[in-house]
Design a protein around this ligand. Structure first.
Ligand SMILES: Cc1ncc(COP(=O)(O)O)c(C=O)c1O
Length: 417
């Protein structure tokens, strides 16, 4: 079966476009609070602009702790691996209640290295959700394996475990559940089916650092857990970075060797790895931000509670819900469903009112052009397709003011009326 395999460079460019679009939105709508504007009818009105994400305010919280550390690093000129990376690995393993952590170049590469560590390759199948960021399926293809998609649960947007077992064949090696938007997938059901069929579980926890369910913290439940430190994540660095968590000493050693060209000892390669090393600079940034993460998560949860209070009775919307197995939703994104086929109208209306919003994701994975050779077609995964057509992400970042949340809610009420 022929697959179009996206190269690393192209994937990063695409991702960059996504982030630059967010950054532009930030510039466009970056001004906080109320702005006087001219209405189409000539009178002056007061409009509260709300960016989808504003990282500039967050920077002020840790800047004073970070800058002297960066100066010391510049003086030492120690940029590759070393004590900062080791410290971050120890701190994040502990934060995620995991035995081991291995810092890598990105969340995409975290998924890739975990698959490489399990020698997943050509002829193997990996079961995953049809509704996620591209990197989840991209990593499977980059090792030469075939992604096998399963539809989502319409309430949580996460893989529907009831759809997994019928997709298991003698070629299936692993399951990659994604904890989308900051809420864990149904790990009890997924771990049970994985155990029954002796499959590896690689949690894509890129959007869910610190999330919890009945089985524990995101990334610490399966055989591997993958984190992303892309700037828009709840713990973002100043560029790209990622982490692979695992619970097994031998697996951790393999991950560390693979991320450094499969080299151990120096210039001896018994495995083929690559340069998947996280930068020491990014490790330092993350060490400075980590002490704030729980406060930022609490603020996101308060924002979600405020939206529920402000929009709970809005008939044109379905607000996000927490599954019974969810014990900590970290709200990397706040996703509403817009009823009555009005999503694109509401999306445009919010943008024209200076309210940042986005669609994550407009095309489910099984309908992506690069997977055409897998033979999926429209209608195969109705819930993923419905989510792609109905959902909208609205601002949820920790520093949102009450005035901004009220402005978002008022605009949504008006547009869905
Ligand atoms: C669910 C999911 N998986 C994987 C990734 C890839 O992470 P990164 O951007 O760090 O490569 C992301 C990032 O957006 C993601 O949201």
């Amino acid at each position: 079966m022929k697959l179009t395999i996206f190269g690393k460079t192209l994937q990063r460019e695409l991702h960059l476009v996504e982030f630059n679009a967010r950054a532009c939105a930030q510039v466009l709508f970056g001004g906080m609070g109320a702005t006087r504007t001219e209405s189409p009818y000539g009178e002056k009105t007061t409009m509260t602009k709300v960016p989808l994400l504003d990282l500039t305010q967050q920077y002020l919280a840790f800047k004073d702790a970070l800058l002297p550390e960066l100066e010391a690093m510049y003086a030492s000129q120690q940029f590759i691996l070393g004590p900062k990376v080791e410290a971050l690995e120890a701190r994040l393993a502990s934060y995620c209640r995991s035995s081991y952590a291995c810092g890598v170049t990105s969340g995409s590469d975290a998924l890739l290295v975990a698959l490489m560590a399990e020698k997943v390759g050509v002829g193997d199948e990996v079961i995953t959700t049809a509704y996620s960021f591209f990197a989840t399926a991209g990593a499977i293809c980059r090792v030469g394996a075939t992604p096998v998609f399963v539809d989502i649960d319409p309430v949580t947007f996460n893989i529907d475990p009831a759809g997994i077992e019928s997709k298991i064949t003698s070629h299936t090696k692993a399951i990659i559940p994604v904890h989308l938007y900051g809420q864990c997938a149904d790990m009890e059901a997924i771990m049970a089916v994985a155990k029954k069929h002796n499959l590896i579980v690689i949690e894509d926890a890129c959007q869910a650092i610190g999330a919890e369910c009945t089985l524990g913290r995101a990334g610490s439940i399966g055989d591997y857990g993958c984190l992303s430190f892309f700037p828009s994540k709840n713990l973002g660095c100043f560029g790209d970075g990622g982490m692979v968590l695992c619970q097994d000493d031998a697996r951790d050693k393999t991950l560390h060797i693979l991320r450094n060209h499969g080299m151990a000892p120096q210039y001896h390669h018994h495995l083929i790895g690559s340069n998947f090393r996280i930068d020491a600079l990014q490790a330092q940034v993350l060490l400075a931000k980590l002490p704030h993460l729980d406060n930022w998560t609490a603020a996101r949860q308060r924002n979600a509670a405020d939206y529920r209070r402000l929009l709970g009775d809005c008939e044109g919307l379905v607000l996000p819900a927490e599954a019974p197995s969810t014990t900590r939703h970290v709200y990397n994104q706040y996703i509403v469903r817009v009823k009555g086929g009005k999503r694109d109208y509401v999306w445009e209306g919010l943008k024209s009112r200076g309210i940042g919003c986005a669609v994550y994701y407009p095309i489910p994975l099984h309908l992506q052009e690069c997977f055409a050779s897998l033979g999926y077609k429209a209608g195969d995964f109705p819930e993923s397709e419905r989510a792609a057509a109905e959902t909208l992400a609205i601002p949820i970042y920790p520093e949102l003011t009450m005035e901004q949340k009220e402005a978002v809610a008022a605009a949504l009420r008006e547009l869905t009326a």
